[in-house]
Design a protein around this ligand. Structure first.
Ligand code: SAM
Length: 206
């Protein structure tokens, strides 16, 4: 069982995730959408949500932990408030509005594997054409997979590639390395970092 509150305390002074920064850069380069509506899935201590708000995006921030909401609310200014909606719920259970950006930094792997494909399809459906999704997924060589960690999704590279059929993968990096968890525990990580763009109305067929 993860102690998310400890995680929020440890991570709250970190920079926004690189995948989000790359995604924002791509939007700026090609012209931002008129409707700057973003979803931040599993926002945690809120570093990425704040980055989105500071870049003038309207953000629907979803996290199952009440503490995440408290943490984020303690960090935002009055001017941010009207641009932010927080939902405290399992992200699989939310009905999402059409959005231009879905940010999922280190959160999608915590979807139960039996729900993952349906959830992914739902997310891609909610992206407008030209919209982007960015974040991380875990690979099957990840140490937590070997430890049979519950309620977590691990993907082979083949499975990962299938998910992105119908999307343009603009950034991809597969990392396999020894490292540490946020609380300093040794761990072997197998991570897919991604930024992808929805090309058309074509719905991802898995
Ligand atoms: C590893 S943290 C990532 C936090 C932040 N996005 C970051 O990059 O540091 C995962 C977050 O996802 C949330 N989470 C895990 N499973 C979830 C689910 N099924 N629905 C909604 N949020 C979930 C946790 O509460 C936690 O805040």
């Amino acid at each position: 069982m993860t102690d998310w509150l400890e995680y929020y305390r440890i991570t709250s002074n970190r920079a926004p995730r690189d995948t989000l920064l790359q995604c924002l850069k791509l939007f700026k380069k090609e012209g931002e959408p008129n409707n700057k509506s973003a979803i931040d899935l599993g926002f945690g201590s809120g570093n990425d949500t704040l980055e989105l708000l500071n870049n003038n995006w309207n953000v629907l921030a979803v996290d199952s932990e009440e503490n995440a909401s408290k943490f984020l609310l303690s960090r935002i200014s009055n001017s941010h408030q009207e641009k932010l909606q927080i939902i405290t719920s399992g992200f699989e259970n939310v009905t999402y509005p059409k959005s231009s950006l879905i940010n999922a930094s280190y959160s999608l792997p915590f979807c139960k594997s039996e729900n993952f494909k349906d959830f992914w399809s739902k997310l891609i459906e909610s992206l407008v054409p030209g919209g982007r999704i960015c974040g991380q997924l875990f690979g099957i060589e990840d140490q937590w997979n070997k430890e049979n960690r519950e309620n977590t999704t691990f993907l082979s590279l083949e499975e990962f590639n299938k998910l992105f059929k119908g999307l343009e993968l603009e950034f991809f990096k597969e990392v396999k390395e020894d490292g540490k968890t946020a609380s300093g525990i040794d761990k072997f990580w197998h991570i897919f970092h991604f930024v992808a763009k929805k090309r058309s109305e074509e719905i991802n067929q898995i």
